[in-house]
Design a binder for this molecule. Structure first.
Ligand code: NMX
Ligand code: MLT
Length: 387
């Protein structure tokens, strides 16, 4: 690509559209095809749904699938880093129980880890943060929920999903199902190109050479909104509110929500123009692990009915299911009964993809890093005046 290649002509009609479709940079971790969905370093997401989350992280950082040896070394490297520094834990534990959204806790937890920043080694900070996430998540669940400390000490050899489930004290069949659902959840949610809001926000903050922790905490704050990551919480609440799997009743419910100007959660996307393959994969997992669950039955009917109803509105660019339609129902079935925590799982997964993208941007231009983000805004209704 030469400097002269015209990639996109910016028209006035593109302004104030949330930069929809306007190219601003390059991304080496993943790309999103409007029809075939996200690909991690070229691999379609559906092909990756069953790999170890640690291997998916390796793929995003190294742009290749690890061989057996690389996978083993990578996992050992993460395990060696897994002990959260005591100073950071003391800050996190001091937040106390109860109040505030779990995403705010996640953001505060990540900021508390900034005490252990390695100045000028963003790649080491990224590895540390990824290694600390399972315990940070488990502590968030236990202490915010007023359940005291971890049920079992951290054991990184169980893998990130298995370790988390064990720290929460889940056992037997429940633990097996929770780990299975969580492993694929983490892989499916790690990355979604360079321009989704949380990734973009995290990279913008990182471009000022802020710490990895400050950048990722900013990304988590962006993810916490209901039009972005918090849609998985809203979607489960929405599915619970539907309360039926009867097609006629579901259709009436969807029409009622639209008439009341409320979003139909789990449908639509800024970039995708077909059903999100991550939704398709999760539907298959649901058919495997909880086909008779009444919530899953509602999701099944919604998937049939809502695209047709939403498709009647020509303004809606994509009436099909997005990643959030099914994920909440699967997490519920995995034993996580409080929807307000669901976005923290999304955040945990995104920490990995966004960190990989920040490391890439710091390595750009021969190690100088990308310049500080500074898009142009056109002045409106501001004639020059004098006092
Ligand atoms: N329910 C109701 N209205 C919708 C929906 C929906 N599912 N999808 C799009 N629209 C509306 C949208 O609000 C916009 O209205 P207006 O012009 O009045 O602002 C209009 O249709 C055109 O929107 P699009 O260009 O199709 O979509 P856009 O890129 O603006 O928004 C979402 C994308 C994802 C924010 C939107 O589809 C939505 O709000 N979906 C429901 C919430 C949801 O499931 N979010 C999860 C997204 C996945 N994620 O991880 O971020
Ligand atoms: C997603 O995972 O779907 C996103 O983060 C939303 C987007 O791509 O804009």
């Amino acid at each position: 690509m030469s400097d002269e290649d015209i990639l996109f002509e910016v028209l006035e009609s593109h302004l104030d559209t949330g930069m929809r479709g306007i190219p601003v940079g390059t991304c080496g971790t993943s790309f999103v095809d409007p029809i075939d969905g996200v690909h991690y370093a070229g691999y379609p997401i559906a092909d990756l749904a069953d790999i170890d989350p640690e291997d998916a992280a390796f793929l995003l950082f190294n742009k290749k699938m690890p061989d057996e040896n690389e996978s083993k070394n990578w996992k050992e490297n993460l395990a060696e880093r897994a002990t959260i520094p005591a100073d950071s834990l003391a800050i996190f534990d001091a937040i106390g129980e109860g109040q505030g959204h779990p995403m705010d806790w996640l953001s505060m937890g990540i900021m508390s880890l900034a005490r252990a920043e390695n100045e000028d080694d963003v790649a080491a900070d990224a590895m540390n943060l990824i290694a600390w996430m399972p315990e940070l998540m488990a502590r968030l669940f236990m202490s915010r929920g007023g359940r005291g400390s971890l049920s079992n000490p951290s054991n990184p050899s169980l893998g990130m999903a298995g370790n988390f489930v064990s720290m929460l004290g889940m056992e037997g069949e429940n633990a097996v199902r929770a780990e299975r659902i969580l492993r694929s959840f983490l892989v499916l949610h790690m990355d979604h190109g360079g321009g989704n809001l949380s990734t973009f926000a995290g990279k913008a903050v990182a471009s000022s050479r802020s710490s990895l922790f400050a950048s990722i905490a900013s990304a988590m704050n962006a993810l916490s909104g209901p039009l972005h990551g918090r849609a998985n919480q809203s979607c489960l609440e929405f599915v619970q509110k539907v309360g039926t799997s009867d097609s006629t009743e579901v259709e009436a419910f969807v029409r009622g929500e639209l008439a009341a100007k409320r979003p139909i959660f789990g449908f639509g996307h800024a970039v995708l123009r077909a059903e999100d393959p991550r939704a398709t994969v999760q539907m298959k997992i649901g058919e495997e692990v909880c086909p008779d669950d009444p919530l899953f039955a509602t999701v099944r009917t919604l998937r049939d009915v809502a695209p047709r109803v939403l498709g009647e509105n020509p303004k809606i660019s994509n009436p099909n299911a997005n990643v959030d339609l099914v994920s909440g129902t699967l997490l519920y079935n995995a034993g996580f009964r409080k929807p307000e925590y669901y976005t923290t799982f999304f955040g945990w997964a995104r920490v990995i993809g966004i960190s990989a993208q920040i490391v890439d941007e710091r390595n750009a231009r021969g190690g100088k890093g990308v310049p500080i983000y500074r898009p142009k805004y056109i002045a409106r209704d501001q004639p020059v005046r004098r006092l």
